[in-house]
Design a protein around this ligand. Structure first.
Ligand code: GLC
Length: 434
């Protein structure tokens, strides 16, 4: 029965709305089925671009400069006067991401420094209200979509600028204000730019999930963006784990290794510890082999231009991906580990051995427990002669120098799901003459 004085229609509408509201709980969005639906594109994508950009890009000494150099807030704020990027700088990032074979991008909408690249009603400390005078998140989305890439946003919960950013840990009134501010900004980035493909929280200091009201935060996110995915850095498990600067697979859940190309996330003018294109390709293969994603970072300069080394590395990676990308995208967890000069990815019963240290005219792959039905160079489709016994398959008549760079990929069709057992080799190989 409806309450007295309320029409039946109003009552039914209200009940309907109530039912709809209870359908949209964070718990529903954590069901395996819904997660699988939301994460399908991401699992296939494998390779994304991380972008760290903010006032620290003006300093060019790493994104932690404000804290590590002990810079006072009032002094640091002055950087906002110098942060005036070239219009639509993000277009070049999106073009480079696409050329590199990346399928999605994730940009810092606010890093720990507290400066927002998006238009926030909740603070004047944001690009549109400072010298930049433009909504850089809007430009970023337009750029990513223009190249057909998925687009996500990074958002730091930790905030070195907000007056309650540290106080919130010991003062309830400060916590209330600060959590309202953070939730309010998360609402803004989930509401004002259309589809948000990934929400990438970072650093939950100084509160825990209860303090941040993270359940309520995720519930709001999924109400506003029912198709999005969230990471695990607001104190809750979220949809995927985020190993940082190293590749560590999660056994039974989605994971994404995020890594820098040198040793800094934000632009660091003198950081010359660049990875080689080969290291990047090998990392990507390692991630794909273990069922994960690789989110590789660029740190644009304050004007938005990309450091030349990053362009060089990603361009080389992209050329390799043009020929070999199909051995990465849409691959499944692969039990085959490889050997001292090779690694592998797989799709169904097809194994893709990736040779990164060329062995010469014969490549001997040990411990494969399947029968090899056929073998070819993946990039050219040219067949490869091979012989197989119980312990190894040998690819024969190879050129003395590697035909592809930085990694040469083969495709072996097997009689079942690829399986490698090095213990079998160690135990069963005959020890004649001993
Ligand atoms: C860390 C760092 C940060 C970087 C992030 C990327 O939490 O504090 O600077 O943005 O990792 O994963």
């Amino acid at each position: 029965m409806q309450p007295k004085g309320m029409s039946r229609r109003t009552y039914l509408n209200m009940m309907g709305a109530g039912a709809a509201a209870t359908r949209l709980t964070a718990a529903d969005y954590t069901t395996a089925e819904d997660r699988e639906r939301r994460m399908k594109w991401w699992h296939e994508a494998k390779f994304g671009m991380f972008i760290h950009w903010g006032l620290y890009s003006v300093l060019g000494r790493h994104e932690w400069a404000m804290e590590c150099e002990g810079i006072p807030v009032a002094e640091y704020e002055q950087l906002a006067k110098k942060f005036v990027p070239t219009p639509d700088a993000a277009r070049a990032w999106a073009k480079l991401a696409k050329a590199a074979g990346m399928k999605y991008m994730v940009m810092t909408s606010k890093h720990h420094e507290g400066f927002c690249l998006f238009n926030s009603k909740l603070t004047p400390y944001c690009a549109p209200k400072q010298a930049a005078g433009r909504d850089l998140v809007k430009e970023y989305f337009a750029a990513a979509r223009g190249e057909g890439l998925r687009a996500g946003l990074y958002y730091s919960l930790m905030d070195w600028h907000h007056p309650d950013g540290a106080l919130c840990a010991k003062d309830e009134a400060a916590r209330r204000r600060f959590v309202d501010y953070i939730h309010g900004q998360v609402r803004e980035i989930c509401s004002n730019y259309g589809k948000l493909d990934v929400l990438w929280y970072d650093v939950s200091w100084p509160l825990n999930a209860a303090g941040w009201e993270s359940e309520r935060m995720n519930k709001m996110v999924f109400e506003l963006q029912p198709d999005t995915i969230v990471n695990n850095r607001n104190g809750l498990p979220g949809d995927f784990s985020t190993p940082e600067q190293h590749i560590v697979a999660s056994k039974d859940r989605a994971w994404e290794a995020c890594m820098t190309m040198n040793d800094s996330w934000g632009y660091h003018a003198s950081d010359d510890a660049w990875k080689t294109p080969k290291t990047v390709v090998r990392n990507l293969i390692t991630c794909a082999r273990q069922g994960g994603n690789y989110l590789l970072n660029i740190g644009p300069k304050a004007d938005g231009s990309i450091p030349a080394e990053s362009v060089r590395i990603l361009t080389a990676v992209g050329k390799w991906m043009d020929r070999n990308g199909a051995t990465i995208y849409g691959t499944e967890r692969c039990q085959v580990w490889g050997g001292q000069f090779w690694s592998a990815t797989r799709k169904g019963n097809i194994l893709y051995p990736h040779i990164y240290f060329w062995p010469g005219t014969v490549a001997s792959l040990g411990g494969l427990r399947n029968k090899v039905l056929s073998a070819k160079y993946f990039a050219t489709g040219q067949p490869v002669k091979f012989v197989q016994d119980d312990f190894r398959v040998r690819l024969l008549n190879l050129p003395a120098a590697p035909p592809d760079s930085p990694v040469t990929t083969f495709a072996l069709t097997l009689d079942g799901e690829p399986k490698q057992d090095m213990n079998y080799v160690r135990v069963e190989r005959k020890r004649e003459g001993v």
